[in-house]
Design a protein around this ligand. Structure first.
Ligand code: NDP
Length: 611
């Protein structure tokens, strides 16, 4: 007897023990009550009166004279993007490289984010760049922040990137001089230099944001953003031991991936902790462990790239014979993407129709999120608190979190979840906050409110870029990004962008950064080998890629429109041309990396002009 789609659906899901229609209604209800007209404008820029929120608490700028010289390549940013770019350039014989970095050291996001409990929930053997180049094996399956920071420094040492670096230095102006064919670069330390090439690796989430809550500037207690943790005040370090909070009433605003990691430590050490929640995160199992002693024995040359590839294919919905990482990420994607659809179609003996595929994905999503909600119910003692901690939206509406200590923290008597039912704080006062109409006195208020996404590129970078004939990047990209492969844009010669500017968003972000660094270095090597010094993408090359981006952009738009707001869907304004996924190639990273590879192999630098 032929099996029906309904039977296959039940079998694939292992039964349907929930009410899909009721859940759909609940999801839309939860979304609607959070949608706000001001979207991204609800946040205030950390500038002017708020600029103390971005001061570097970790290092005083070293005394040095301003630099006034010429270098071959300036890399802006010393995080993973800058390290990979600098490293790949050095490997390929570009010796005159200077990294300019705002922080007091290399590390980027791992330099800034040192909050207690900071760690990476993407597997370390994939996530930490250049493990084979450095001969390093991470200590745990999921690395803690200090190890990642140390590894960043080791990459910089390995490639000699400290030699010429300008740390604690922010670029303030970047202008192309067409007569001399160089970039002129100015910084906040009075430097004025020229460079043949610039590579921008500013990071996608580098600028902390604050909520525009009435009275935000009036709090007289202690306050800081999680990416500038004040250990002088709290005591301890990123492993905890926050003894300075023993007699403090602490509030934390936000319950995203950052808060999920630091709340357990705050709960352990603060006299009282108030967690102000607008939307709960999805908290799945993390299950960290030390790297097995024999892990390295089984590894053959090229192992890290193969592992990254394996992970990338699986978390993009593709098939692999084995799952090398085998964790929460690959599990989610196995169940919620094309892999599940392929399995179902095999059972059915035919391809699923688009409607059947969509139904399967939606039902699998409900099933998964029911399990996440059941986990909260099971771990948290107070049923009302447990209910408040349950996320009612589809899994990829917000970044999934993986943590084993966050939910149990709400069983501590000194920890109070203040669920604002999607509204956020009402106001901040001199002595505390008002939430749900009630004033709560606080000694310390911590903002775990994330980073600017969806604002213009130049605002996030902190400077505009002036290309040929005075054209600025902000003007050029006012209606949306225009690039060739996300890396170059016409009228901005010898300029490369690393990050999410029309490339591909991957779960394992450093893999994208590596592919971009390899690609940019390849282009520069070709330019050198052909006896040229300048490369620029042509308007035609740019248009072809913009068209390709647009032809794939429809994927996921409806999905995101139904999501509860957050930075993944531009706070509900899915049409924002600067949005997180607007710069992401809709056909996914596997295809994107193939396109780059095919382009390099073709050897004709299509869409680029060199001179
Ligand atoms: P997010 O942007 O994810 O979270 C910000 C939080 O602040 C949300 O819970 C948001 O609520 C809340 N918020 C904003 N405004 C208000 C308000 N007015 N009142 C109350 N709450 C408010 O920032 P994170 O720093 O947590 O994470 C940023 C990203 O960094 C992650 O998405 C992830 O990509 C990365 N990260 C990665 C980690 C890793 O392990 N690899 C670890 C930590 C971070 P709402 O949801 O309602 O908007």
């Amino acid at each position: 007897m032929d099996v029906t789609f309904e039977q296959v659906l039940h079998e694939t899901l292992g039964g349907i023990d929930f009410e899909p229609a009721a859940l759909k209604e609940k999801y839309l209800f939860e979304r609607d009550k959070r949608l706000r007209e001001d979207a991204n404008d609800q946040y205030v820029q950390v500038a002017g009166d708020f600029s103390n929120y971005v001061d570097d608490p970790y290092a005083a700028p070293a005394d040095r004279d301003p630099v006034d010289d010429h270098v071959d390549v300036v890399v802006i940013g010393g995080g993973f993007g800058g390290l990979l770019m600098g490293g790949r350039l050095k490997e390929n014989g570009f010796d005159d490289v200077r990294v300019i970095e705002k922080g007091g050291d290399f590390g980027g996001t791992w330099y800034w984010n040192r909050y207690p409990g900071a760690m990476c929930d993407v597997e370390s053997y994939c996530y930490l760049p250049m493990l084979e180049e450095l001969g390093y094996i991470p200590k745990h399956k999921y690395s803690f922040a200090p190890e990642i920071m140390e590894h960043s420094k080791n990459i910089a040492r390995h490639f000699g990137l400290y030699d010429n670096a300008l740390l604690s230095t922010s670029v303030t102006a970047l202008r192309w001089d067409d007569d001399a064919s160089v970039w002129t670069i100015e910084t906040d330390r009075g430097d004025s230099m020229t460079a043949r090439v610039v590579a921008m690796a500013n990071g996608p989430l580098n600028r902390p944001k604050l909520p525009g809550i009435p009275g935000i500037d009036s709090f007289a207690g202690h306050t800081f953003h999680t990416s500038r943790w004040d250990y002088d005040y709290t005591g301890g370090d990123s492993s905890g031991n926050l003894t300075g909070l023993a007699d403090k009433r602490v509030g934390i605003v936000g319950t995203g991936a950052t808060a999920v990691q630091c709340v357990p430590h705050l709960g352990e050490w603060a006299e009282e902790l108030f967690v102000f929640q607008r939307t709960p995160s999805s908290i799945d199992v993390r299950n960290n462990h030390e790297t097995p002693k024999d892990f390295a024995d089984s590894l053959e040359p090229g192992w890290q790239y193969r592992r990254m590839e394996n992970f990338n294919v699986l978390v993009t919905g593709g098939r692999q014979d084995e799952d090398l990482v085998n964790d929460g990420w690959t599990d989610i994607f196995r169940n919620l993407t094309g892999i599940a659809a392929k399995t179902a179609s095999q059972k059915l003996g035919r391809r699923l129709t688009p409607a059947e595929k969509a139904e399967l994905m939606e039902m699998a999503d409900y099933k998964k999120m029911e399990a996440v909600r059941a986990r909260a119910q099971q771990i948290v003692d107070d049923p009302n608190v447990a209910e408040s901690l349950k996320p009612y939206y589809r899994q990829f509406c917000k970044r999934p979190c993986f943590h084993d200590e966050y939910l149990p923290t709400f069983n501590r008597p000194n920890v109070h979840l203040v669920d604002t039912d999607g509204k956020g704080l009402d106001a901040i006062t001199e002595t505390g906050v008002i939430a749900n109409g009630e004033h709560i006195e606080l000694d310390c208020l911590i903002f775990a409110t994330g980073f600017e996404v969806g604002t213009s590129y130049h605002r996030r970078a902190g400077y505009d870029v002036v290309g040929r004939n005075g054209v600025t990047l902000s003007e050029k990209w006012a209606d949306g990004l225009r690039t060739l492969h996300g890396l170059q844009t016409a009228d901005f010669p010898n300029c490369f962008f690393l990050g999410f500017t029309q490339g591909a968003v991957t779960v394992n972000v450093p893999q994208t950064l590596n592919e971009q660094a390899v690609h940019a270095t390849h282009i520069l090597s070709e330019v050198r080998d052909r006896g040229a010094s300048v490369v620029e993408c042509t308007p035609d090359g740019e248009t072809a890629w913009v068209d390709e981006m647009q032809s794939k952009a429809r994927l996921g738009r409806r999905f995101r429109a139904e999501c509860t707001p957050g930075y993944y869907n531009n706070e509900g304004k899915t049409g924002n041309p600067n949005g997180f996924f607007s710069g992401s190639y809709g056909a996914g990273p596997v295809r994107f990396f193939e396109i780059l590879d095919e382009w390099r192999s073709a050897g004709d630098l299509e869409g680029c002009e060199i001179r």
